[in-house]
Design a protein. Structure first.
Length: 135
């Protein structure tokens, strides 16, 4: 880990109160750790805007498992992208509905495209893709 350097910032009283409430609610042990986390998150967000950056995606979808052929299409997509598909988890959340969580790893441009294909499959009721840096 790099040597930590002390820096100072100036904040308006109201902003500092809001920030203290935020760090308390999140369970941070100090303002410094919260600021470091916010900076890392912002820098990572910019990094994930670069198509060639290595990243991990969590693709979350809810679908009716009675939807004809959807489960087979999901499996086929994952098998045709074995090097990008890390893992998947299937959860029954109701009599008809299932949650599928698929973890992908690769270049942002490639896993975003694959995630979009999964979320846009006919029969998917709800879907979301979350990207994080592969560090």
């Amino acid at each position: 880990m790099d040597r930590v350097q002390r820096v100072g910032i100036s904040l308006e009283s109201d902003l500092l109160r809001q920030f203290d409430a935020f760090i308390s609610g999140q369970g941070y042990s100090s303002r410094s750790e919260a600021v470091r986390d916010l900076i890392r998150n912002r820098l990572t967000k910019d990094e994930l805007g670069e198509p060639q950056t290595e990243a991990i995606a969590g693709v979350f979808i809810v679908y009716d498992h009675h939807q004809a052929q959807l489960a087979q299409k999901l499996i086929k997509l994952q098998h045709s992208h074995l090097l990008k598909t890390i893992s998947s988890m299937h959860v029954h959340i109701g009599h008809h509905d299932c949650l599928e969580v698929i973890l992908l790893r690769g270049k942002v441009s490639e896993i975003s495209k694959l995630g979009d294909r999964i979320v846009s499959l006919k029969g998917v009721k709800s879907g979301k893709i979350n990207l994080i840096s592969a560090v």
